[in-house]
Design a protein around this ligand. Structure first.
Ligand code: HEC
Ligand code: HEC
Ligand code: HEC
Ligand code: HEC
Ligand code: HEC
Length: 260
């Protein structure tokens, strides 16, 4: 299924420019610091079994996984060839990459295995850095390829080991937008504006669930048990109205407020 892009580029691309430069500089700094061979870099050579029955890494991600296993189990014999003995991509990047492309996890398969848990959770990149429309306009929008590349253009070439990074670069080279599968979508006859809700102090998580803990996004069901009714499914009219009734009628339930 191909999406019709709705407010998915434009605004986000223009507003994120200055901010991405700052983060990119910080990231480039991190790579310089972390690229120095640490005290651990000789230890792996010692761990290799001279008899040859050690587990041998065939990529940086495999090396990261073997190192993590060896840290738990000092008996494990591992061998990390020099070309794979890097710090990047990190173990978390390798694992999030695979988890975001787990076919059995709920939610649609996206064209790139992008993880919110890693970007918004571990690295604490602000939601609005990528969804910069949320406090200003009706639609939240998803970031353009330029926003991604503001950081990823600085990444060392070892990251090309991750298929998701190769696909990202390919879109950048071909100047092609990424066709993300949309998860939350209201029918055209409903009026909904992000900026009004964000300004009223409703958190993203209240409506979208614990996004920063998820590698792969899906429409998280609302588990809140409303005192006067059955739980409602998200994006249904009842879900909107239930919340509008909360806090002593915090928002109107007038039909014409939500319908044209
Ligand atoms: C503010 C900087 C920044 C921006 C913007 C950014 N990334 Fe990342 N990305 C990172 C960092 C940092 C990592 C993790 C590196 C590591 O741990 O080795 C990462 C990791 C990844 C990975 C590996 C799997 C994962 O999710 O951890 C993919 C794929 C990826 N990014 C794609 C994207 C895409 C697509 C976009 C745009 C929608 C994007 N990134 C925007 C900084 C950024
Ligand atoms: C580095 C960029 C980046 C950051 C930071 C980020 N997102 Fe996203 N977000 C994306 C991309 C790319 C997609 C589309 C792919 C997907 O659904 O995973 C997306 C999709 C979403 C969606 C689903 C949109 C739909 O299709 O219905 C929601 C909801 C969302 N993000 C909320 C958040 C929240 C809440 C935060 C902060 C906790 C956040 N995002 C932080 C890049 C980002
Ligand atoms: C009051 C509930 C509510 C809050 C709060 C909320 N959202 Fe949404 N979000 C929605 C609904 C409903 C949709 C579907 C909108 C539509 O189809 O017009 C949506 C759609 C999205 C999308 C997909 C938009 C697109 O253009 O594809 C993203 C991304 C998103 N929200 C991110 C966020 C972020 C980030 C925050 C916090 C800054 C946030 N939302 C706060 C209810 C909410
Ligand atoms: C988690 C609580 C919550 C949910 C869920 C929620 N709203 Fe709201 N909504 C609010 C609050 C709080 C306000 C009051 C904002 C203000 O006073 O400016 C509001 C105000 C509004 C307004 C009036 C302001 C404007 O944008 O003109 C509309 C329209 C609206 N909501 C539509 C919706 C729709 C449609 C949905 C469901 C798809 C929804 N809301 C879901 C909390 C919620
Ligand atoms: C707070 C926002 C909100 C208010 C107020 C609201 N609606 Fe809705 N309505 C929605 C949303 C969101 C949908 C689409 C989701 C769904 O079908 O449940 C919807 C869908 C509908 C539908 C189509 C249902 C279908 O199955 O096709 C009708 C008819 C409708 N509303 C009538 C009304 C009437 C009449 C009122 C006033 C008594 C009203 N609505 C007030 C948000 C609202």
């Amino acid at each position: 299924m191909v999406n019709t892009p709705r407010n998915r580029t434009g605004r986000t691309a223009r507003t994120a420019g200055w901010a991405s430069a700052g983060v990119a500089v910080a990231l480039a700094g991190a790579f310089v610091v972390l690229a120095w061979p640490g005290p651990g870099s000789d230890a792996t050579a010692e761990a290799a079994d001279p008899d040859g029955d050690a587990l041998v890494a065939g990529s940086v991600c495999e090396a990261q996984r073997l190192k993590a296993r060896a840290a738990d189990d000092p008996q494990l014999q591992i061998e990390i060839p020099a070309e794979f003995n890097g710090l990047w991509p990190s173990l978390e990047a390798c694992e999030s990459h695979d988890a975001a492309w787990d076919e059995d996890a709920p939610g649609p398969m996206q064209p790139i295995p992008f993880s919110h848990k890693h970007h918004a959770g571990q690295f604490q990149i602000d939601c609005q850095y990528c969804h910069s429309g949320t406090d200003r306009s009706r639609a939240a929008g998803v970031p353009s390829v330029e926003v991604c590349m503001g950081c990823h253009a600085q990444f060392p070439p070892q990251y090309d080991e991750l298929e998701g990074i190769r696909i990202l670069r390919q879109h950048w080279d071909e100047k092609r937008p990424i066709e993300w599968e949309q998860i939350h979508r209201l029918p055209e006859y409903v009026k909904f504006r992000h900026n009004r809700h964000v300004a009223a102090g409703v958190t993203c998580q209240k409506c979208h669930g614990p996004v920063e803990k998820l590698d792969k996004l899906y429409l998280v069901p609302d588990t809140q048990w409303w005192p006067w009714a059955l739980p409602t499914a998200k994006l249904e009219m009842g879900w909107c109205i239930m919340c509008h009734r909360e806090n002593d009628q915090q928002a109107s339930q007038d039909c014409l407020m939500c319908h044209y």
